[in-house]
Design a protein around this ligand. Structure first.
Ligand code: FEO
Length: 404
């Protein structure tokens, strides 16, 4: 395989030796229509070091890319920045193939690797601030607990100002290009935002603290090498700036209307609310759940100031796709939203109250008790929906003005 799968040179010391997964479309419930990469990196120092591995089915591809540069058995150290299976799934087999002198992980990572992989190899713990000499080069380590797992850690190649940022600053994007500056900017921004919304959003307070810490430590970055997607070697401040913005979740004059419908009554209500929002000057996105995946919805919510949720009532409950998206959104903890519920019903009409309960639990500030209508909305109900839209638009304008 080494004749086919080659390493990609990142700088004088570092090669990308990961794998490209063009075919994956689901990442534990997060739709990734552009596939992904599992990035691993080889540092050619006196002590040759491998940073992370890849998802288990891609082990041979990893070893082939390594073999295009060196004999894999020449690797001295392996460092696991993150034990989630997309980066550690083949670690026991790689250890067996490479026979390294030492394998390192964060203190929590050691336990997580044992719990997942049941290896009896003696993995050594690293803690925040530790420095590991590779002879002519040095690595330092930053524990990033809960960004996004308890074990998560970043590794910094001191002499090259190169940060191996693990899942941070990454995105799910399969590409033939290895560097971000070779890829369309709109795709980068959308996929990086989608990754943040679907993976890192609940930990936004920790992101803010980490960005502060990096600034205070004066860590200079010439290259950011994440575990998914392209590597950043130009405009290095761009991703940290995006992360600071997304983590702050400042309300914007944008509203997302997410809904599912049985016989189009709730859909007509959604469109009427959307008309009111637009008339009030708000940027509006409708997310009909028959057409939008939950991971697209949260991506839209990432930079929104309002969330309106609609569902018909079926068998005393909201429709299952609405329960799905609300469960997902609740777990991702978006903040600083105002909102409302709406929906049509035939007999009992529980859905609006159930949505209100979940929006309350999510700390969404409800602007009213919601609008529900029996069967098909008439002109009066559609006017109520339109007025709800203009009311939310006015509230958002006030909120955004007070933020300036
Ligand atoms: Fe890419 Fe958290 O694993």
């Amino acid at each position: 395989m080494k004749e086919v799968f080659k390493a990609a040179k990142i700088n004088d010391h570092v090669y990308w030796v990961g794998a490209i997964d063009w075919g994956i479309r689901d990442f534990h419930g997060y739709a990734i229509p552009r596939g992904t990469t599992y990035n691993a990196y080889l540092i050619l120092a006196d002590k040759i070091t491998l940073i992370d591995t890849v998802k288990a089915p891609f082990k041979d591809e990893l070893l082939a890319r390594i073999a295009s540069v060196i004999d894999p058995e020449d690797i001295n150290y392996i460092i696991s920045n993150h034990s989630e299976m997309d980066h550690s799934g083949c670690l026991p087999e790689v250890i067996e193939a490479v026979k390294p002198e030492k394998v390192f992980a964060s203190r929590v990572g050691v336990n997580t690797l044992y719990a997942q992989l049941h290896t009896d190899y003696g993995i050594l713990p690293l803690k925040d601030g530790d420095v590991l000499s590779l002879g002519n080069l040095n690595l330092s380590f930053v524990e990033t607990k809960m960004l996004h797992w308890p074990d998560s850690m970043m590794t910094y190649l001191v002499e090259d100002n190169l940060l191996f940022s693990q899942d941070g600053f990454g995105m799910h994007l399969a590409s033939g290009e290895r560097f971000a500056d070779e890829i369309n900017d709109d795709i980068l921004e959308y996929e990086a935002g989608k990754y943040y919304a679907n993976i890192l959003l609940p930990f936004s307070n920790l992101v803010i603290r980490l960005l502060d810490k990096v600034e205070k430590l004066g860590i200079k970055m010439d290259i950011i090498a994440p575990d998914h997607g392209p590597i950043w070697r130009q405009d290095i401040g761009r991703m940290p700036e995006f992360y600071a913005k997304w983590a702050a979740q400042k309300p914007t004059n944008k509203a997302v209307i997410v809904y599912d419908t049985m016989w189009e009554s709730t859909a007509i209500m959604a469109r009427a609310i959307g008309e009111g929002l637009a008339a009030g000057g708000t940027n509006v996105k409708l997310a009909p759940l028959k057409a939008c995946h939950r991971s697209e919805v949260v991506t839209e919510v990432l930079d929104a100031g309002a969330l309106l949720v609609g569902s018909a009532t079926m068998n005393n409950n909201m429709l299952p796709p609405v329960a799905d998206v609300l469960t997902y959104l609740k777990g991702l903890k978006p903040r600083n939203l105002i909102g409302a519920a709406f929906g049509s019903y035939g007999w009992t009409g529980e859905a609006v109250g159930q949505i209100n309960d979940i929006l309350n639990a999510m700390k969404v500030e409800l602007v009213n008790d919601g609008i529900k209508t029996r069967y098909v909305p008439d002109g009066d109900v559609l006017k109520q929906c339109f007025d709800l839209g203009t009311h939310v638009a006015a509230e958002l304008t006030k909120i955004c003005d007070s933020e300036e």
